[in-house]
Design a binder for this molecule. Structure first.
Ligand code: PEP
Ligand code: MN
Length: 357
């Protein structure tokens, strides 16, 4: 892992003030939309203009991107504004075309990172392109090894200007996020590969505009190097991800607000806040699990009622308590704490089941 870590070239990001900002629409839709968005974004606080040309959609028959002609528009943005330009690539043909149009930054989407065949194909196609910056989004499921494997495949072909993007993870649970962030997993990632630049993508984490600032602020507390935030000249008419795109003006306002926190924050407060974010994340998970548990209690209550079984089953409860104490103690929790929590859970579950009767 140390060799891998030392092979990473950070020069592409270290030469800029942080946070390093990538912004632009989810998808390129028309030349006018691309040029207008880029002109309105063009400022000293944005370094890279992004636009998806080939869009990985969950279901067929949705807008799947404009393809090659969008690369010409990105090329124009680069020429007119001097911004670097970025797009998503998902196969060897995409890589070939993006290179031929002078795209500076290539990102690999979450679904592609999850597929070693796809990553190998991309890495092979990139061989010799040592100047390209390649950003690897997290795989859709929280598998650090698979994510690092993708970086190894790219490094194996001489691609060293690397970074990763935390865009959140698919979750089957109810969640206020489109893709659940996992700050703790990213802390582990950072301890394995301390040199890799980390960029946060609040747009795909939130799936809405309202949550973006808080996620960007969390990324700042965790000292991520950059942000990728979707912006569009006319967000409500966007052909993909309309709910989460913001105007260039709102993006610039948000960045101002973020950098003003930086001026006032001391290092110790930053650490304190990052621990608070971890605690908040865990508390949300605990509440979601409690709600799931009580939902099952409801179903159990109906079943007991229709089969005429008593609500309280002492032998079953004894077993739950014994098993939970054993497991909890093995994780370093005290017997007193575990008993208290489980007593409360039991009481609430009985109450819910009795209400059904
Ligand atoms: C995107 O950035 O527009 C995108 C499709 O992202 P992800 O791979 O994170 O879904
Ligand atoms: Mn998008």
């Amino acid at each position: 892992m140390e060799k891998l870590n030392n092979s990473i070239d950070r020069s592409w990001i270290d030469k800029w003030d942080q946070p390093f900002i990538i912004s632009g629409p989810c998808s390129a839709e028309s030349e006018k939309q691309i040029l207008e968005t880029a002109n309105r974004l063009n400022s000293s606080s944005v370094q890279v203009f992004r636009a998806g040309i080939w869009k990985p959609r969950t279901k067929p028959n949705n807008f799947e991107g404009v393809g090659k002609k969008g690369l010409e528009w990105l090329h124009k943005v680069k020429k007119n504004t001097g911004l670097m330009v970025a797009t998503e690539i998902a196969n060897a043909e995409h890589v070939r075309l993006a290179i031929s149009f002078g795209i500076d930054v290539l990102w690999i989407g979450a679904r592609s990172t999850a597929s070693p065949f796809t990553i190998q194909e991309i890495a092979d196609a990139l061989e010799g392109e040592n100047n390209k910056i390649v950003l690897v989004k997290n795989p859709i499921h929280p598998d650090i090894e698979l994510w690092i494997g993708a970086l190894e495949r790219l490094l194996g072909k001489g691609i060293q200007k690397l970074g990763v993007i935390h865009r959140g993870f698919y979750t089957y649970k109810n969640s206020k996020y489109r893709n659940q962030p996992n700050w703790n997993l990213l802390l582990n990632f950072r301890s394995l590969l301390p040199r890799i630049p980390i960029i946060c993508d609040p747009s795909h984490i939130c799936g809405n505009k309202e949550g973006i600032f808080d996620i960007a602020k969390a990324a700042y507390h965790f000292q991520y190097e950059g942000l990728m935030i979707e912006s569009h000249c006319d967000p409500s008419h966007a052909l993909s991800d309309a709910q989460q795109q913001i105007t260039p003006e709102n993006l610039l306002k948000m960045l101002k607000k973020l950098t003003s926190i930086e001026k006032f924050d001391q290092k110790s407060k930053r650490y304190l806040d990052s621990f608070r974010i971890l605690i908040d994340e865990l508390d949300e998970n605990i509440i979601t699990l409690l709600a799931e548990r009580m939902n099952i209690s409801k179903k159990l209550g109906s079943l007991k009622k229709s089969s005429d079984i008593a609500v309280i089953q002492p032998s079953r409860w004894e077993k739950i308590m014994k098993k939970s104490l054993f497991f909890g103690k093995s994780l370093g929790l005290t017997e007193e704490f575990l008993e208290g929590i489980f007593e409360l859970l039991h009481q609430e579950s009985i109450k819910i089941q009795n209400q059904i009767r």
